[in-house]
Ligand binder design. Structure first.
Ligand code: ADP
Length: 515
C-alpha cells in the first residue's frame, strides 16, 4: 500500500514508516542520520530497532500521536546525536520523524572532557541524564573498568549505567550518583571502595562533574582512576607495620624477661658468694695463726676466685639494671684530680708485680665536678686493670688529666699489646672480647668495657679509644663540668682509703693475681 506523506510537514524530519509495528519505509535522510543501511532496518520491529540499534534514550512505545520529544540516538558507529522525535499517524501508518539538533555535538558541548576522553591515561566518560544515566561517550581506559562483556564499546555506549556496572542497584556508587543528581554538586573522592565487580574489591579515585541544563543536571562527566593496587600495597604495608610492632613488643617483653632472669640469677649467685667470703674472713680472723702457709695459700685462692665471681655477678647485675633503666646515679661534687690520683696510686701494688710503672699527671691542681664517685672508681679501675693485664713486663701506664673548656679529659694510656682496628668499634659493645690468644690468657667476659661506656654516658660523658697493635692503647674519657644540684655537698674524697675502695679494687683486680 502506498502512503502519501505530506512533504511540507515532514521536510525537516528524517522519517520511517511503520505498519503493524514493522518498518515499511525508510527515508534516505534517516539512513544518513543513523548510519544504518536499508537492510538493517526494513521489515524490523520498530521497538527493537529503537532500543537495540538506535539505543534511543526514549521509549518509543510511549510516544503519543502529534507529540514531540527530545532524546538521543546512537549511530551505527555509536556516535550520539541529539534528536527530536515525533509521531504522526495516517490511517494505519505511523510516521516516526527524527530531527537532529544541529547545534549539538559532543565535541562542542564538552570540548575539554572530549579531549581528555581521547587520551587513555585516565578513565573518562560522559553521561546524559535522560532521566536514566546513559553513557554517551567513554575512552578505552574507562570501559576497561567494567566486567566482561561490558568492557566493550558496543555493550556500554548508549546503555544505562545499571546495565553495564555489575551490582549497581543498591550499591554505594548508586547512592553517590543519586546525591549528585539531586544536589547538582561537584563530587571528588580520593579513595572509594567498590566490591561488586567480578574481580572482587576494587578502589577508585573519582571526579564527577554535573553539567546543568534548564531542568537540573543534564550531563555528568566522570574522570576516574583505578587505585586498587596502590591501596592494596598500602594496606599490606599497614598490616606488616602492625605485625612488626607486635613482634617488637613481644621481643621487648622477651628481653625484659631475660633481664629479669639474669638479675634474679645474679642475686642468687651473690648471696652464697658473700657467705663464702664471710667464711674466708672468719677463718683468717679466728684461726689465721693456726694455718700453715699452704693453708693460707688455699684461702687466698678461695678469696681471689670469690672476688672474680663477684666481679662478674656485679657486672651482670649492673648491665641488666641499666637495660631496665633501674639505675640511679648519685652525683656529688668532687675533686676529680684528687680522686683520679688516689685511684691510680692505690693500684700501684698490682702494677709493680709486673714491673709496670704508673705515672699520673694533671694540667690542673683541682677540678670539682659533679660525678658518681662509686661509678667513677669502677670506670677507672676497670680501665687500669685492663691496662695492667694487657701490658707486658716493664711497661708504662700514664694517667693524664686535662681541663678542656666544657669537659675534663682523662686519658689512660698504656704501652701494651694494643687492640686491632677492626675490634676497636665493637670493644665497647656488650661482650666484645678481642679473641686473640694473648687476651684470652687474661680471661674475662668482655662485659667490663661495655659497662664502663654506659657508666660514662650515664654521667653525661663519652669514651673513645685509639690503639695500635704492638704499641699500646689510649682510652679517653670526656666528662662534662656539671655541678651537682646540691652545691654544698662538696666532699673531699677522704674516704678513698675506705673499705669500699679497697673492696672494689680487690674485686676489679681479681683477674690479676697478687703473689
Ligand atoms: P672483661 O670484662 O672480660 O675484662 P673488658 O670489656 O674489660 O673485658 O675488655 C674486653 C677486651 O678488650 C679484653 O678481653 C681485651 O681483649 C681488650 N682490651 C681491653 N683493654 C685493653 C687494653 N688496654 N689493651 C689491650 N686490649 C684490651
Amino acid at each position: 500500500m502506498k502512503v502519501h506523506v505530506s512533504r511540507r510537514k515532514l521536510e525537516s524530519y528524517a522519517y520511517i514508516l511503520v505498519q503493524e509495528n514493522r518498518i515499511t519505509h525508510v527515508d534516505n535522510r534517516f539512513l544518513k542520520l543513523s548510519g544504518y543501511g536499508k537492510d538493517d532496518i526494513m521489515g524490523q520491529d520498530i521497538s527493537q530497532v529503537c532500543s537495540e540499534l538506535l539505543r534511543l534514550t526514549y521509549d518509543i512505545r510511549l510516544l503519543k500521536r502529534g507529540q514531540e520529544t527530545a532524546c538521543f540516538l546512537f549511530t551505527k558507529d555509536l556516535y550520539p546525536r541529539k534528536v527530536t522525535v515525533m509521531l504522526r499517524q495516517e490511517n494505519d501508518v505511523k510516521i516516526i520523524g527524527f530531527k537532529e539538533d544541529i547545534n549539538w555535538s559532543i565535541e562542542d558541548k564538552f570540548p575539554f572532557i572530549d579531549r581528555l576522553c581521547d587520551h587513555n591515561t585516565l578513565g573518562t566518560g560522559i553521561f546524559a541524564i535522560t532521566p536514566n544515566i546513559v553513557l554517551l561517550k567513554a575512552n578505552e581506559t574507562f570501559l576497561s573498568f567494567f566486567d566482561e562483556p561490558f568492557n566493550k564499546r558496543e555493550n556500554a555506549i548508549g546503555r544505562q549505567i545499571q546495565e553495564f556496572v555489575t551490582g549497581w542497584k543498591g550499591s554505594g556508587a548508586e547512592k553517590i550518583w543519586e546525591k549528585i543528581l539531586e544536589k547538582g554538586e561537584y563530587f571528588h573522592i580520593n579513595e572509594y571502595e567498590y566490591d561488586r565487580l567480578e574481580r572482587g574489591t576494587t578502589y577508585w579515585k573519582t571526579i564527577l562533574m554535573p553539567i546543568h541544563g534548564k531542568n537540573g543536571v543534564q550531563y555528568v562527566a566522570e574522570v576516574t582512576e583505578e587505585i586498587t593496587q596502590v591501596v592494596l600495597d598500602r594496606k599490606r604495608i599497614e598490616e606488616q607495620n602492625v605485625m612488626i610492632s607486635q613482634q617488637k613488643e613481644q621481643l621487648e617483653m622477651a628481653l625484659q624477661m631475660k633481664d629479669e632472669f639474669f638479675s634474679m640469677i645474679s642475686h642468687e649467685f651473690k648471696t652464697p658468694l658473700n657467705v663464702i667470703y664471710s667464711a674466708v674472713q672468719a677463718m683468717e680472723l679466728i684461726c689465721g695463726d693456726e694455718l700453715s702457709d699452704k693453708g693460707k695459700g688455699f684461702i687466698n685462692k678461695i678469696r681471689q676466685n670469690t672476688f672474680r665471681q663477684l666481679r662478674l655477678v656485679n657486672n651482670i647485675l649492673d648491665i641488666t639494671r641499666m637495660n631496665a633503666r633501674q639505675f640511679s646515679m648519685h652525683i656529688k661534687n668532687l675533686d676529680i684530680v684528687f680522686l683520679t690520683k688516689a685511684i691510680a696510686e692505690s693500684v700501684e701494688l698490682y702494677a709493680k708485680q709486673k714491673d709496670i710503672q704508673i705515672n699520673f699527671t694533671s694540667e690542673v691542681e683541682q677540678a670539682v665536678i659533679g660525678i658518681d664517685d662509686e661509678k667513677y672508681e669502677r670506670i677507672l679501675l676497670n680501665l687500669m686493670s685492663n691496662a695492667i693485664k694487657f701490658t707486658p713486663r716493664n711497661g708504662r701506664i700514664n694517667v693524664n688529666l686535662a681541663d678542656n673548656e666544657d669537659t675534663i679529659r682523662i686519658e689512660i694510656e698504656d704501652t701494651g699489646i694494643g687492640i686491632p682496628k677492626e675490634k676497636q668499634k665493637e670493644i665497647f659493645e656488650r661482650f666484645g672480647q678481642v679473641d686473640s690468644s694473648l687476651s684470652r690468657q687474661a680471661e674475662g667476659t668482655g662485659i667490663g668495657l661495655s659497662l664502663v661506656k654506659r657508666f660514662v654516658e650515664a654521667m653525661g660523658g663519652n669514651i673513645s679509644l685509639t690503639s695500635e697493635v704492638g704499641t699500646g692503647s689510649t682510652f679517653t674519657i670526656l666528662l662534662p663540668k656539671n655541678q651537682a644540684e646540691e652545691v654544698d655537698t662538696f666532699n673531699s674524697p677522704l674516704g678513698l682509703t675506705n673499705d669500699r675502695l679497697i673492696n672494689t679494687i680487690r674485686i676489679e683486680f681479681s683477674d690479676i693475681y697478687l703473689t
